[in-house]
Design a protein around this ligand. Sequence first.
Ligand SMILES: NC(=O)C1=CN([C@@H]2O[C@H](COP(=O)(O)OP(=O)(O)OC[C@H]3O[C@@H](n4cnc5c(N)ncnc54)[C@H](OP(=O)(O)O)[C@@H]3O)[C@@H](O)[C@H]2O)C=CC1
Ligand SMILES: CC(C)=CCC[C@@H](C)[C@H]1CC[C@H]2C3=C(CC[C@]12C)[C@@]1(C)CCC(=O)[C@@H](C)[C@@H]1CC3
Length: 362
Amino acid sequence: AYIGSTNRRQCSRTRCELLSVCRMARTGRVVLVTGANSGVGLALCERLLSDDAQLQLCLACRNEQKAAAARQSLLISHPKAHVSLIRLDVGSMRSVLRAAEEIRQRYNRLDYLYLNAGIMPSPQVDLRAFYKGLFSGKAIHMFSTGEGLLTQKDSVTADGLQQVFATNLFGHFLLVRELEPLLCQPGHSSQVIWTSSSNARRSTFSLDDLQHKQGVEPYSSSKYASDLLSLALNRHYNSQGLYSSVICPGLVMTNLTYGILPSFIWTLIMPIMWLIRIFTNTFTLTPYNGAEALFWLFKQKPESLDPMVKYHSLTSGLGNNYTRTRKMEIDDTTSAALYENLLEMEKMVRKKLKDGDVEHAK
Ligand SMILES: NC(=O)C1=CN([C@@H]2O[C@H](COP(=O)(O)OP(=O)(O)OC[C@H]3O[C@@H](n4cnc5c(N)ncnc54)[C@H](OP(=O)(O)O)[C@@H]3O)[C@@H](O)[C@H]2O)C=CC1
Ligand SMILES: CC(C)=CCC[C@@H](C)[C@H]1CC[C@H]2C3=C(CC[C@]12C)[C@@]1(C)CCC(=O)[C@@H](C)[C@@H]1CC3
Protein backbone atom coordinates (compact mmCIF):
# COMPACT_ATOMS: atom_id res chain seq x y z
CA ALA A 1 0.00 0.00 0.00
CA TYR A 2 2.88 2.30 0.85
CA ILE A 3 4.69 1.71 -2.49
CA GLY A 4 1.42 2.05 -4.42
CA SER A 5 0.53 5.37 -2.83
CA THR A 6 0.26 8.35 -5.17
CA ASN A 7 1.27 10.79 -2.46
CA ARG A 8 3.82 13.14 -4.06
CA ARG A 9 6.29 13.05 -1.13
CA GLN A 10 6.34 9.29 -1.11
CA CYS A 11 6.73 9.14 -4.91
CA SER A 12 9.80 11.31 -4.71
CA ARG A 13 11.58 8.80 -2.52
CA THR A 14 14.03 6.51 -4.20
CA ARG A 15 13.04 2.91 -4.74
CA CYS A 16 15.81 1.89 -2.40
CA GLU A 17 14.46 4.01 0.45
CA LEU A 18 10.96 2.61 0.03
CA LEU A 19 12.19 -0.95 0.02
CA SER A 20 14.07 -0.41 3.24
CA VAL A 21 10.99 1.16 4.88
CA CYS A 22 8.86 -1.79 3.77
CA ARG A 23 11.43 -4.27 5.03
CA MET A 24 11.46 -2.53 8.40
CA ALA A 25 7.68 -2.61 8.61
CA ARG A 26 7.81 -6.35 7.93
CA THR A 27 10.73 -7.29 10.17
CA GLY A 28 10.84 -4.62 12.88
CA ARG A 29 9.53 -6.46 15.88
CA VAL A 30 7.90 -4.19 18.45
CA VAL A 31 9.19 -4.53 22.02
CA LEU A 32 7.97 -2.58 25.03
CA VAL A 33 9.92 -2.65 28.32
CA THR A 34 8.62 -1.16 31.57
CA GLY A 35 11.19 0.22 34.02
CA ALA A 36 13.72 0.44 31.20
CA ASN A 37 15.69 3.43 32.45
CA SER A 38 18.03 1.54 34.77
CA GLY A 39 19.26 -1.81 36.06
CA VAL A 40 18.07 -5.03 34.48
CA GLY A 41 15.59 -3.27 32.16
CA LEU A 42 18.20 -1.01 30.58
CA ALA A 43 20.71 -3.88 30.25
CA LEU A 44 18.01 -5.90 28.51
CA CYS A 45 17.43 -3.07 26.01
CA GLU A 46 21.16 -2.98 25.21
CA ARG A 47 21.19 -6.71 24.62
CA LEU A 48 18.06 -6.65 22.46
CA LEU A 49 19.44 -3.90 20.23
CA SER A 50 22.77 -5.70 19.88
CA ASP A 51 20.88 -8.74 18.67
CA ASP A 52 18.39 -7.06 16.34
CA ALA A 53 19.09 -3.62 14.93
CA GLN A 54 15.64 -3.49 13.30
CA LEU A 55 13.77 -3.64 16.60
CA GLN A 56 11.24 -0.96 17.41
CA LEU A 57 12.00 -0.54 21.08
CA CYS A 58 9.74 1.45 23.36
CA LEU A 59 10.97 2.39 26.84
CA ALA A 60 8.04 2.82 29.21
CA CYS A 61 9.23 4.85 32.20
CA ARG A 62 7.73 7.13 34.86
CA ASN A 63 10.57 9.66 34.87
CA GLU A 64 10.98 11.54 31.59
CA GLN A 65 14.52 12.75 32.28
CA LYS A 66 15.83 9.34 33.28
CA ALA A 67 14.07 7.85 30.25
CA ALA A 68 15.64 10.38 27.88
CA ALA A 69 19.08 9.66 29.38
CA ALA A 70 18.55 5.91 28.93
CA ARG A 71 17.49 6.45 25.30
CA GLN A 72 20.59 8.57 24.70
CA SER A 73 22.87 5.92 26.16
CA LEU A 74 21.26 3.26 23.94
CA LEU A 75 21.66 5.48 20.88
CA ILE A 76 25.35 6.01 21.61
CA SER A 77 26.01 2.30 21.22
CA HIS A 78 23.30 1.80 18.53
CA PRO A 79 23.04 5.10 16.59
CA LYS A 80 20.57 3.76 14.02
CA ALA A 81 18.25 2.07 16.48
CA HIS A 82 14.53 2.88 16.68
CA VAL A 83 14.07 3.76 20.33
CA SER A 84 11.02 5.66 21.49
CA LEU A 85 9.76 6.71 24.90
CA ILE A 86 6.42 6.51 26.58
CA ARG A 87 5.52 7.99 29.93
CA LEU A 88 4.18 5.28 32.20
CA ASP A 89 3.85 5.22 35.96
CA VAL A 90 2.80 1.63 36.39
CA GLY A 91 1.70 2.35 39.97
CA SER A 92 -0.92 4.86 38.77
CA MET A 93 -3.90 3.33 37.02
CA ARG A 94 -4.75 6.56 35.23
CA SER A 95 -1.21 6.65 33.84
CA VAL A 96 -1.51 3.01 32.70
CA LEU A 97 -4.75 3.74 30.79
CA ARG A 98 -3.27 6.86 29.20
CA ALA A 99 -0.04 5.13 28.19
CA ALA A 100 -1.92 2.14 26.76
CA GLU A 101 -4.04 4.44 24.62
CA GLU A 102 -0.90 6.12 23.29
CA ILE A 103 0.73 2.73 22.58
CA ARG A 104 -2.37 1.54 20.68
CA GLN A 105 -2.18 4.68 18.55
CA ARG A 106 1.52 4.29 17.87
CA TYR A 107 1.75 0.60 17.03
CA ASN A 108 -0.49 -1.87 15.27
CA ARG A 109 1.00 -4.87 17.05
CA LEU A 110 3.23 -5.74 19.98
CA ASP A 111 5.60 -8.71 19.82
CA TYR A 112 7.16 -8.57 23.29
CA LEU A 113 5.91 -6.92 26.43
CA TYR A 114 8.51 -6.98 29.22
CA LEU A 115 6.87 -6.26 32.58
CA ASN A 116 10.04 -5.37 34.42
CA ALA A 117 9.35 -2.28 36.56
CA GLY A 118 9.42 -3.14 40.23
CA ILE A 119 9.92 -1.67 43.69
CA MET A 120 10.94 -2.78 47.15
CA PRO A 121 10.33 0.29 49.36
CA SER A 122 12.28 0.85 52.58
CA PRO A 123 13.70 -2.66 52.87
CA GLN A 124 14.90 -3.82 56.29
CA VAL A 125 17.25 -6.75 56.77
CA ASP A 126 16.35 -9.04 59.67
CA LEU A 127 19.83 -9.56 61.11
CA ARG A 128 18.73 -12.30 63.51
CA ALA A 129 17.27 -14.31 60.65
CA PHE A 130 20.47 -13.67 58.69
CA TYR A 131 22.77 -15.05 61.45
CA LYS A 132 20.40 -17.96 62.05
CA GLY A 133 20.36 -18.69 58.31
CA LEU A 134 24.16 -18.64 58.12
CA PHE A 135 24.45 -21.62 60.47
CA SER A 136 21.26 -23.45 59.55
CA GLY A 137 22.75 -25.51 56.71
CA LYS A 138 20.52 -23.54 54.34
CA ALA A 139 22.90 -20.62 53.84
CA ILE A 140 23.12 -21.03 50.06
CA HIS A 141 19.32 -21.07 49.79
CA MET A 142 19.16 -17.96 51.97
CA PHE A 143 21.69 -16.13 49.79
CA SER A 144 19.91 -17.04 46.56
CA THR A 145 16.36 -16.21 47.65
CA GLY A 146 16.74 -13.78 50.55
CA GLU A 147 13.89 -15.81 52.07
CA GLY A 148 12.62 -14.39 55.35
CA LEU A 149 15.45 -11.82 55.46
CA LEU A 150 13.67 -8.74 54.16
CA THR A 151 10.66 -6.77 55.25
CA GLN A 152 9.35 -3.60 53.61
CA LYS A 153 7.20 -0.61 54.50
CA ASP A 154 4.32 -0.31 52.07
CA SER A 155 2.08 2.72 51.45
CA VAL A 156 -1.22 3.51 49.74
CA THR A 157 -1.42 5.07 46.25
CA ALA A 158 -3.82 7.77 45.05
CA ASP A 159 -5.97 4.94 43.62
CA GLY A 160 -6.28 3.51 47.14
CA LEU A 161 -4.11 0.48 46.32
CA GLN A 162 -1.08 -0.83 48.18
CA GLN A 163 1.93 0.65 46.38
CA VAL A 164 3.97 -2.54 45.98
CA PHE A 165 0.97 -4.51 44.74
CA ALA A 166 -0.05 -1.71 42.35
CA THR A 167 3.45 -1.32 40.89
CA ASN A 168 4.74 -4.86 40.76
CA LEU A 169 1.47 -6.53 39.81
CA PHE A 170 -1.81 -4.72 39.26
CA GLY A 171 -0.58 -1.87 37.00
CA HIS A 172 1.08 -4.46 34.78
CA PHE A 173 -2.09 -6.59 34.77
CA LEU A 174 -4.13 -3.59 33.63
CA LEU A 175 -1.53 -2.84 30.97
CA VAL A 176 -1.79 -6.37 29.55
CA ARG A 177 -5.60 -6.10 29.53
CA GLU A 178 -5.41 -2.73 27.75
CA LEU A 179 -2.89 -3.94 25.19
CA GLU A 180 -4.81 -7.13 24.41
CA PRO A 181 -5.71 -5.93 20.87
CA LEU A 182 -2.02 -5.47 20.03
CA LEU A 183 -0.87 -8.67 21.71
CA CYS A 184 -3.60 -10.95 20.38
CA GLN A 185 -3.46 -10.68 16.61
CA PRO A 186 -4.70 -13.46 14.33
CA GLY A 187 -1.89 -15.63 12.95
CA HIS A 188 0.71 -13.94 15.14
CA SER A 189 2.13 -14.82 18.56
CA SER A 190 3.37 -12.50 21.28
CA GLN A 191 5.21 -12.83 24.57
CA VAL A 192 4.55 -11.20 27.93
CA ILE A 193 7.58 -11.58 30.19
CA TRP A 194 7.49 -10.77 33.92
CA THR A 195 10.59 -9.96 35.94
CA SER A 196 9.64 -11.96 39.02
CA SER A 197 12.05 -13.14 41.70
CA SER A 198 13.21 -16.22 43.58
CA ASN A 199 12.11 -14.18 46.60
CA ALA A 200 8.48 -14.98 45.57
CA ARG A 201 7.08 -17.20 48.34
CA ARG A 202 3.75 -18.93 48.61
CA SER A 203 3.48 -18.39 52.37
CA THR A 204 3.57 -14.59 51.96
CA PHE A 205 0.59 -14.62 49.57
CA SER A 206 -3.06 -14.90 50.48
CA LEU A 207 -6.17 -14.73 48.29
CA ASP A 208 -7.90 -13.05 51.24
CA ASP A 209 -5.28 -10.29 51.34
CA LEU A 210 -4.18 -9.93 47.70
CA GLN A 211 -2.56 -6.56 48.29
CA HIS A 212 -0.68 -7.79 51.35
CA LYS A 213 -2.17 -5.06 53.54
CA GLN A 214 -1.65 -7.11 56.65
CA GLY A 215 1.85 -8.46 56.15
CA VAL A 216 5.38 -7.09 56.10
CA GLU A 217 6.65 -8.83 52.94
CA PRO A 218 4.68 -7.14 50.13
CA TYR A 219 7.55 -7.65 47.66
CA SER A 220 7.63 -11.41 48.07
CA SER A 221 3.81 -11.55 47.92
CA SER A 222 3.60 -9.42 44.76
CA LYS A 223 6.23 -11.54 43.00
CA TYR A 224 4.42 -14.75 43.95
CA ALA A 225 1.22 -13.18 42.60
CA SER A 226 3.00 -12.44 39.30
CA ASP A 227 3.97 -16.13 39.03
CA LEU A 228 0.32 -17.12 39.54
CA LEU A 229 -0.94 -14.45 37.16
CA SER A 230 1.45 -15.52 34.42
CA LEU A 231 -0.05 -19.02 34.59
CA ALA A 232 -3.59 -17.59 34.42
CA LEU A 233 -2.67 -15.44 31.40
CA ASN A 234 -1.42 -18.57 29.64
CA ARG A 235 -4.64 -20.41 30.38
CA HIS A 236 -6.76 -17.51 29.08
CA TYR A 237 -4.72 -16.23 26.17
CA ASN A 238 -2.61 -19.04 24.65
CA SER A 239 -5.45 -19.79 22.23
CA GLN A 240 -5.20 -16.16 21.05
CA GLY A 241 -1.42 -16.34 20.53
CA LEU A 242 -0.32 -14.64 23.77
CA TYR A 243 2.25 -16.50 25.90
CA SER A 244 3.39 -15.40 29.34
CA SER A 245 6.57 -16.33 31.24
CA VAL A 246 8.32 -15.35 34.46
CA ILE A 247 12.01 -14.96 35.13
CA CYS A 248 14.32 -14.28 38.06
CA PRO A 249 17.41 -12.20 37.26
CA GLY A 250 19.29 -13.51 40.31
CA LEU A 251 20.85 -11.11 42.80
CA VAL A 252 21.83 -8.06 40.75
CA MET A 253 23.47 -4.89 42.03
CA THR A 254 20.99 -2.19 40.96
CA ASN A 255 19.20 0.78 42.55
CA LEU A 256 16.80 -1.75 44.08
CA THR A 257 19.50 -3.75 45.89
CA TYR A 258 21.61 -0.69 46.74
CA GLY A 259 18.57 0.54 48.69
CA ILE A 260 18.77 -2.46 51.06
CA LEU A 261 21.99 -1.57 52.90
CA PRO A 262 23.95 1.68 53.35
CA SER A 263 26.38 2.16 50.47
CA PHE A 264 29.50 1.86 52.65
CA ILE A 265 28.34 -1.57 53.81
CA TRP A 266 27.86 -2.68 50.20
CA THR A 267 31.39 -1.45 49.46
CA LEU A 268 32.72 -3.42 52.43
CA ILE A 269 30.91 -6.67 51.60
CA MET A 270 31.35 -6.53 47.83
CA PRO A 271 34.44 -8.81 47.90
CA ILE A 272 32.38 -11.31 49.95
CA MET A 273 29.60 -11.10 47.35
CA TRP A 274 32.02 -11.99 44.56
CA LEU A 275 33.30 -14.84 46.72
CA ILE A 276 29.80 -16.17 47.38
CA ARG A 277 29.38 -16.26 43.61
CA ILE A 278 31.71 -19.26 43.55
CA PHE A 279 29.17 -21.21 45.62
CA THR A 280 25.90 -19.96 44.13
CA ASN A 281 25.25 -19.31 40.47
CA THR A 282 22.32 -17.02 41.43
CA PHE A 283 24.67 -14.11 42.24
CA THR A 284 24.55 -12.72 38.72
CA LEU A 285 25.56 -9.32 40.17
CA THR A 286 25.69 -7.23 36.95
CA PRO A 287 22.53 -6.04 35.13
CA TYR A 288 23.91 -7.56 31.90
CA ASN A 289 24.11 -11.01 33.55
CA GLY A 290 20.75 -10.50 35.26
CA ALA A 291 19.08 -9.84 31.90
CA GLU A 292 20.19 -13.26 30.61
CA ALA A 293 16.85 -15.08 31.03
CA LEU A 294 14.90 -12.09 29.65
CA PHE A 295 17.12 -12.14 26.58
CA TRP A 296 17.01 -15.93 26.30
CA LEU A 297 13.20 -15.83 26.18
CA PHE A 298 13.38 -13.29 23.36
CA LYS A 299 15.05 -15.99 21.25
CA GLN A 300 12.56 -18.76 22.05
CA LYS A 301 9.48 -19.96 20.23
CA PRO A 302 6.73 -18.98 22.70
CA GLU A 303 4.80 -22.18 22.00
CA SER A 304 7.74 -24.19 23.36
CA LEU A 305 7.71 -22.53 26.80
CA ASP A 306 6.49 -24.19 29.99
CA PRO A 307 3.94 -22.09 31.96
CA MET A 308 4.77 -23.90 35.23
CA VAL A 309 8.46 -22.98 35.39
CA LYS A 310 10.44 -19.87 36.20
CA TYR A 311 13.38 -19.03 33.97
CA HIS A 312 16.44 -18.12 36.06
CA SER A 313 19.41 -16.03 34.94
CA LEU A 314 22.50 -17.76 36.31
CA THR A 315 26.21 -16.97 36.20
CA SER A 316 28.91 -19.55 36.83
CA GLY A 317 31.99 -18.91 39.00
CA LEU A 318 33.91 -18.31 35.78
CA GLY A 319 31.41 -15.66 34.71
CA ASN A 320 29.49 -17.63 32.06
CA ASN A 321 25.80 -16.82 31.75
CA TYR A 322 23.06 -19.32 31.17
CA THR A 323 19.32 -19.83 31.76
CA ARG A 324 17.82 -22.70 33.76
CA THR A 325 14.23 -23.56 34.60
CA ARG A 326 12.85 -24.31 38.04
CA LYS A 327 9.36 -25.56 38.71
CA MET A 328 7.22 -23.01 40.51
CA GLU A 329 5.13 -23.77 43.57
CA ILE A 330 1.89 -22.69 41.83
CA ASP A 331 -1.39 -24.37 40.98
CA ASP A 332 -4.23 -23.74 38.57
CA THR A 333 -6.92 -23.32 41.23
CA THR A 334 -5.17 -20.49 43.09
CA SER A 335 -4.07 -18.93 39.81
CA ALA A 336 -7.64 -18.91 38.44
CA ALA A 337 -8.97 -17.48 41.72
CA LEU A 338 -6.39 -14.68 41.64
CA TYR A 339 -7.32 -13.90 38.05
CA GLU A 340 -11.02 -13.62 38.90
CA ASN A 341 -10.20 -11.34 41.85
CA LEU A 342 -8.03 -9.12 39.65
CA LEU A 343 -10.82 -8.82 37.08
CA GLU A 344 -13.18 -7.72 39.85
CA MET A 345 -10.63 -5.22 41.11
CA GLU A 346 -10.13 -3.94 37.57
CA LYS A 347 -13.86 -3.23 37.27
CA MET A 348 -13.82 -1.31 40.53
CA VAL A 349 -10.75 0.71 39.61
CA ARG A 350 -12.15 1.61 36.18
CA LYS A 351 -15.43 2.71 37.78
CA LYS A 352 -13.59 4.78 40.38
CA LEU A 353 -11.51 6.50 37.71
CA LYS A 354 -14.60 7.17 35.57
CA ASP A 355 -16.56 8.54 38.53
CA GLY A 356 -13.54 10.68 39.38
CA ASP A 357 -13.55 12.10 35.85
CA VAL A 358 -17.28 12.90 36.04
CA GLU A 359 -16.79 14.52 39.44
CA HIS A 360 -13.89 16.52 38.03
CA ALA A 361 -15.93 17.71 35.02
CA LYS A 362 -18.79 18.99 37.22
N1 LIG B 1 18.12 -6.46 41.58
C1 LIG B 1 17.81 -7.69 41.95
O1 LIG B 1 18.60 -8.36 42.62
C2 LIG B 1 16.50 -8.28 41.56
C3 LIG B 1 15.56 -7.54 40.87
N2 LIG B 1 14.37 -8.15 40.51
C4 LIG B 1 13.37 -7.40 39.77
O2 LIG B 1 13.96 -6.84 38.62
C5 LIG B 1 13.17 -5.73 38.19
C6 LIG B 1 14.08 -4.60 37.81
O3 LIG B 1 14.69 -4.13 38.98
P1 LIG B 1 16.22 -3.68 39.06
O4 LIG B 1 16.74 -3.47 37.71
O5 LIG B 1 16.90 -4.59 39.97
O6 LIG B 1 16.08 -2.31 39.86
P2 LIG B 1 16.05 -0.77 39.38
O7 LIG B 1 15.57 -0.03 40.55
O8 LIG B 1 17.32 -0.43 38.73
O9 LIG B 1 14.94 -0.81 38.23
C7 LIG B 1 13.59 -0.75 38.51
C8 LIG B 1 12.94 0.01 37.38
O10 LIG B 1 11.53 0.05 37.60
C9 LIG B 1 11.11 1.38 37.48
N3 LIG B 1 9.91 1.66 38.24
C10 LIG B 1 9.71 1.56 39.56
N4 LIG B 1 8.48 1.96 39.87
C11 LIG B 1 7.89 2.32 38.72
C12 LIG B 1 6.62 2.86 38.38
N5 LIG B 1 5.70 3.09 39.31
N6 LIG B 1 6.35 3.11 37.08
C13 LIG B 1 7.27 2.90 36.13
N7 LIG B 1 8.50 2.42 36.37
C14 LIG B 1 8.81 2.15 37.66
C15 LIG B 1 12.28 2.22 37.97
O11 LIG B 1 12.14 3.56 37.54
P3 LIG B 1 12.71 4.79 38.42
O12 LIG B 1 14.15 4.89 38.06
O13 LIG B 1 11.90 5.94 37.95
O14 LIG B 1 12.51 4.43 39.85
C16 LIG B 1 13.42 1.45 37.31
O15 LIG B 1 13.56 1.82 35.97
C17 LIG B 1 12.20 -5.43 39.32
O16 LIG B 1 10.93 -5.94 38.99
C18 LIG B 1 12.78 -6.21 40.49
O17 LIG B 1 11.80 -6.58 41.41
C19 LIG B 1 14.10 -9.44 40.83
C20 LIG B 1 15.01 -10.19 41.50
C21 LIG B 1 16.28 -9.66 41.93
C1 LIG C 1 26.60 -9.87 54.61
C2 LIG C 1 26.42 -10.30 53.23
C3 LIG C 1 27.57 -11.02 52.63
C4 LIG C 1 25.34 -10.09 52.49
C5 LIG C 1 24.16 -9.27 52.88
C6 LIG C 1 22.92 -10.09 53.10
C7 LIG C 1 21.67 -9.59 52.39
C8 LIG C 1 21.60 -8.10 52.38
C9 LIG C 1 21.53 -10.23 51.01
C10 LIG C 1 21.66 -11.77 51.09
C11 LIG C 1 20.75 -12.34 50.02
C12 LIG C 1 20.32 -11.13 49.23
C13 LIG C 1 19.16 -11.20 48.30
C14 LIG C 1 18.37 -10.10 48.05
C15 LIG C 1 18.66 -8.81 48.73
C16 LIG C 1 19.98 -8.75 49.54
C17 LIG C 1 20.20 -10.04 50.28
C18 LIG C 1 19.05 -10.25 51.24
C19 LIG C 1 17.16 -10.16 47.15
C20 LIG C 1 16.00 -10.40 48.09
C21 LIG C 1 16.92 -8.86 46.39
C22 LIG C 1 15.69 -8.89 45.56
C23 LIG C 1 15.29 -10.20 44.98
O1 LIG C 1 14.30 -10.21 44.25
C24 LIG C 1 15.97 -11.46 45.37
C25 LIG C 1 16.10 -12.45 44.25
C26 LIG C 1 17.28 -11.26 46.11
C27 LIG C 1 17.71 -12.57 46.78
C28 LIG C 1 18.97 -12.49 47.55
